[in-house]
Design a protein around this ligand. Structure first.
Ligand code: GDP
Length: 199
C-alpha cells in the first residue's frame, strides 16, 4: 500500500481523541521496543518524528493514513510505551489512565499491533497486555521487532520461545532496518479493515 500520513493530534484525554471516522489501528509495546521505527517504516518519517517529541510520549498520537491510489483512509494510533518491570493492577503503573478506556471503548479500533523485541526474552508485561486484550476480545497481531539483529537459527529459537510464553499461534518477525515483514503487516492491516468495511 502506498500511503501518506498526516499527524492529527496528541491526545492526553478521551476528550481530545479525533472523531471515530475511519478504521483504526493501535500500536502498542514497551518503551524502546522499536515502535517509532516501525511506524516510520509503515508510513514515513512524519510519524516517528512526532512520537519522539518530548511531551508526546505520554499521549496517544493519532495519524490519518491515506492510500495514495484510492480514497481509503485509516487512522493509526501510536500509544505510549509501557514500562519495564513495575506492573500494577492495571496493565502498567507507567501507563496514563486514559489508555485502558481507549482500548476498551474505541468503537473504530479494528486491530492492535503489539510489538515485542525479538532479541529479548518473553516479558510479563507483554503477556499481561495480551491476556487483557484477549479478555476484551480485541483483535491483535504480535510482531517481533529488530529481527535483523538475529541469525536464522537464533531468530527461529527466539520466536518459538515468544510464541510459547505469550501463547500465540503466530508471530510476525519485522525489521524497520531491512523492511522484513513490513509488507506482511500491511496485508494484515488491509485484511482486517476490508473484513470490517461492511460492518
Ligand atoms: P520506541 O521507543 O519503541 O519508539 O523505539 P525506537 O523506534 O525509538 O527504537 C529504539 C531503538 O531500537 C533505537 O536505537 C533504534 O535505532 C533501534 N531499532 C528500532 N527498530 C530497529 C530495527 O528494526 N532493527 C535494529 N537493528 N534496530 C532497531
Amino acid at each position: 500500500m502506498r500511503v501518506s500520513a498526516r499527524f492529527l493530534v496528541s491526545a492526553v484525554s478521551a476528550a481530545q481523541f479525533p472523531a471515530p471516522s475511519a478504521p483504526e489501528i493501535a500500536f502498542l509495546g514497551r518503551s524502546n521496543v522499536g515502535k517509532s521505527s516501525l511506524l516510520n517504516a509503515l508510513v514515513g518519517a512524519a510519524a516517528a518524528k512526532v512520537s519522539s517529541t518530548p511531551g508526546r510520549t505520554r499521549a496517544i498520537n493519532f495519524f490519518l493514513v491515506s492510500d495514495k491510489r484510492s480514497t481509503r483512509k485509516l487512522i493509526f494510533a501510536d500509544l505510549p510505551g509501557y514500562g519495564y518491570a513495575r506492573i500494577s493492577k492495571s496493565i502498567s503503573s507507567t501507563w496514563p489512565g486514559f489508555i485502558e478506556p481507549y482500548l476498551i471503548d474505541r468503537s473504530t479500533l479494528r486491530l492492535c499491533v503489539c510489538l515485542v523485541d525479538a532479541n529479548v526474552p518473553p516479558q510479563a508485561s507483554d503477556r499481561q497486555l495480551l491476556d487483557w486484550l484477549r479478555s476484551l476480545r480485541r483483535e491483535f497481531v504480535v510482531v517481533a521487532t529488530k529481527a535483523d539483529r538475529l541469525s536464522g537459527n537464533q531468530r527461529a529459537c527466539n520466536l518459538a520461545a515468544l510464541k510459547k510464553a505469550l501463547e500465540l499461534d503466530e508471530i510476525l518477525p519485522v525489521s524497520a532496518k531491512t523492511g522484513l515483514g513490513i509488507k506482511e503487516l500491511w496485508l494484515r492491516i488491509e485484511a482486517v479493515c476490508s473484513a470490517n468495511d461492511g460492518a
